[in-house]
Design a protein around this ligand. Structure first.
Ligand SMILES: [Zn+2]
Length: 338
């Protein structure tokens, strides 16, 4: 069964199957929507459908409930099919013209080796610089026969309008919190409260939720409770908190610290939600309702919004301006505790 390993996105899956069944396959697609919600997986699955050796029976395949094990589907799954290739630019800021020529155009214009279609999947397509996008436009205007280009982007607005208009657009939205929670709990052994926080912090991206640092997640409650109780008059409390933070310069520490910022931000948001009358089901930290209510009585909405703004600036100072983490964190804790 195609798409068996992909949760949600029912409309998009059906639409893609329909274009194949009705022979209305487009030369170019733009899959867009938030990162980590399955666009890439769906593009691989679509490449399989396009080249499946049992392609005639797509309807049956879908209803049979088994994954196709034909030679072509297996090769695509393993990433070794000569006619299906990925263009990825992890870690590179800009995709240049020569890369597009070498990695996409030259390969697309070859006759398919063994498949029906040559499929180029371009992840993070918005990273093409304007020259590369213009070069790419030519391929989109006169696409080689038997070729399908799938552009994937979380920022489609960064693509030239002329590129967007040459593609069939397919929008992907984040998964619902309900589906996310169910799937997340199937795959982790975190407590229901921790799983809920992970879901709330991941904006519909199961990939992001699963990638969150489990150690930081399990320290969340302690981090929030400590922050709630710090008295700014006692320097030792402020320094103690900062010392317990991951302030090293390794990428692991940076990622952890970024996650701590997200936790603090979600907690401040919870405080605002309670202040303006939302019920507890809307909170990210559902297991901390009573300390949140207690603080909400003490702080005004303006005061909390002020702290949120401070947090945002602190984030920018640490992760964009490379400021001294200890100093920024000390000021942040003092601001939050005031
Ligand atoms: Zn197959």
């Amino acid at each position: 069964m195609f798409f068996k390993n992909i949760i949600g996105h029912e409309f998009q899956k059906k639409a893609l199957i329909r274009t194949v069944r009705e022979s209305r396959i487009s030369h170019a697609y733009l899959f867009f929507g938030p990162d980590g919600i399955g666009k890439r997986l769906i593009s691989v699955e679509f490449a399989k459908i396009l080249n499946c050796l049992r392609g005639e029976s797509i309807t049956e395949e879908v209803s049979k409930g088994e994954r196709c094990d034909c030679h072509s589907c297996k090769k695509i799954e393993k990433g070794i099919h000569p006619d299906v290739f990925f263009v990825e630019y992890k870690g590179i800021k800009n995709i240049r013209v020569d890369q597009i020529r070498e990695e996409v155009e030259e390969r697309l214009f070859l006759t398919p080796f063994e498949g029906r279609f040559k499929v180029a999947i371009v992840d993070e397509a918005e990273r093409m610089n304007p020259n590369a996008q213009n070069a790419f436009l030519k391929t989109l205007e006169e696409p080689p026969p038997d070729s399908v280009i799938i552009l994937i982007s979380s920022r489609p607005e960064a693509l030239l309008p002329t590129i967007r208009s040459r593609c069939q657009l397919l929008e992907f939205r984040g998964l619902s919190e309900e589906i996310m929670l169910k799937e997340f709990r199937k795959r982790t052994d975190l407590s229901p409260d921790e799983a809920w926080v992970a879901v709330k912090l991941s904006g519909g991206s199961l990939g992001k939720a699963l990638g969150l640092d489990k150690n930081v997640l399990s320290e969340r409650k302690e981090i929030i409770l400590k922050l709630s109780e710090i008295n700014p008059k006692y320097a030792s409390q402020v320094l103690g908190f900062v010392e317990s933070m991951p302030t090293g310069s390794s990428s692991e520490d940076l990622e952890k610290l970024m996650f701590v910022f997200e936790i603090i931000s979600a907690w401040l948001r919870d405080l605002v939600l309670i202040k303006i009358g939302f019920d507890e089901d809307h909170l990210s930290n559902r297991d901390l309702v009573s300390p949140i209510r207690k603080l909400a009585e003490k702080w005004s909405v303006d005061n909390i919004l002020d702290k949120m703004k401070f947090l945002e600036n602190a984030w920018y100072a640490v992760f964009r301006m490379n400021a001294n983490k200890q100093i920024v964190l000390e000021n942040l804790v003092l601001k939050i505790a005031e």
